[in-house]
Design a protein around this ligand. Structure first.
Ligand code: THU
Length: 161
């Protein structure tokens, strides 16, 4: 028997002023995106903003549907759009925000499992870590690579086994 431990390092901040100007700008974009979310069913508006290597910022938000499973999370809307518009440009960072009852959440909201899998594929595709900024009004968390958010992940090489 061999025991291994997988460690995730989370950097926590109490104020947006502690982030770099580039990170602050990305959070601003994610907040802006959340305000345009189409979420009449959950009333939970999520905004994502992606910073690309070419300095472009791509925004996305959750898009819901009366046939509930047909909707899509903000992170995947943003990431699929980034990859469809710039298939050859690596992704550097993604910021995520969430809003309910007319206010941004106090605590950071982490991406769901399916979104982690999609973000991870982009990280693998460009062989470059993607920084994750999870914004909350009272706390901000940063994780330096998606792999740390999804241990024991499924990857394309497994399709050949
Ligand atoms: N949602 C996201 O956009 N991202 C996540 O990572 C979690 C959940 C959306 C999906 C749905 O529109 C609403 O939040 C409530 O689950």
């Amino acid at each position: 028997m061999k025991k291994t431990q997988i460690i995730t390092t989370v950097f926590e901040y109490n104020s947006i002023d502690e982030l770099s100007l580039e990170e602050q700008e990305l959070v601003r974009n994610a907040k802006e995106a959340a305000l345009r979310s189409y979420s009449p069913y959950s009333k939970f508006s999520v905004g994502a903003a992606i910073l690309l290597e070419n300095k472009d910022i791509i925004q996305g938000n959750n898009q819901e549907n009366s046939a509930y499973p047909s909707g899509l999370c903000a992170e995947r809307v943003a990431m699929f759009y980034a990859n469809s518009k710039y298939p050859d440009v690596p992704v550097k960072t993604i910021a995520i925000t969430a809003r309910t009852n007319g206010q941004f959440s106090e605590n950071p909201i982490p991406p769901c499992g399916s979104c982690r899998q999609v973000l991870l594929e982009t990280e693998e595709r460009f062989n470059q870590p993607i920084k994750l900024i999870l914004f909350g009004e009272k706390k901000i968390k940063i994780v330096k690579t998606i792999k740390e958010m999804l241990p024991l992940y499924f990857e394309k090489e497994m399709l050949d086994e």
